[in-house]
Design a protein around this ligand. Structure first.
Ligand code: ZN
Length: 211
């Protein structure tokens, strides 16, 4: 799954698991936690394979113990944002070492990234996240001149970095040609554009508070 789907579904799942009386979700944190397991992409030079221990339930439950001890129930939506990355997104689209260190087997449905299933799942996540954020007031907050929105620059950077990562794999001219030739490719690029522009607007709105 692309960062687009990981971030969108992180928000959707975090909202589902958040209690109203715990206050507003820190959305930049939810989005960043939604892509955090992919830090293993930066660890390959240390011999770490993608989709291994950073995509396991046990690893994140151990990491979460101090946070759960301090923040208790308030931390649950943030833990859910991390866990859905590999137990939902990468599990449906790729395959992950879900039960590391107890089992080194990969679990998942191994769908292709540019497939009707994945593009549909990621686009549905974006639409669902937008709809939820519209009705619960988060969308209004994210686009208002609020200093908290400065932090939206972090998910913006992460999304841009992931887009460059995939764009480098495919030379830029065939990439542009693909957009017109394949509705699937066009859809996933358009969804990325919508999210990246939204994150940029939100972080600029936050920066305006500091002028
Ligand atoms: Zn991943």
């Amino acid at each position: 799954m692309f960062f687009l789907g990981h971030m969108s579904w992180a928000y959707v799942w975090a909202v589902i698991f958040s209690g109203k009386r715990w206050g507003n979700l820190v959305i930049p944190a939810v989005l960043m936690l939604g892509v955090l397991p992919d830090v293993d992409l930066f660890l390959w030079s240390f011999g770490v394979q993608h989709h291994t221990f950073t995509h396991s339930l046990f690893f994140w439950f151990v990491v979460s113990v101090p946070f759960l001890a301090v923040f208790r129930f308030k931390f649950i939506p943030y833990l859910v944002a991390v866990v859905q990355h590999f137990a939902f997104g990468d599990f449906l689209v790729g395959e992950v070492m879900l039960f590391w260190p107890f089992s080194s087997s990969y679990f998942g449905f191994n769908n292709v990234m540019i497939s009707v299933f994945n593009v549909g799942l990621e686009t549905a996540g974006l639409l669902l996240a937008t709809g939820i954020a519209f009705f619960n007031g988060d969308l209004k907050r994210l686009f208002s001149v609020d200093r908290n929105n400065v932090l939206m620059f972090l998910p913006f950077l992460a999304l841009v970095a992931s887009m460059l990562f995939f764009a480098v794999d495919v030379p830029i001219i065939p990439l542009v040609a693909h957009i017109w030739m394949s509705p699937l490719f066009g859809t996933i690029v358009l969804s990325h554009m919508i999210l990246v522009i939204s994150l940029a607007i939100s972080s600029i709105q936050g920066m305006r508070k500091f002028r």
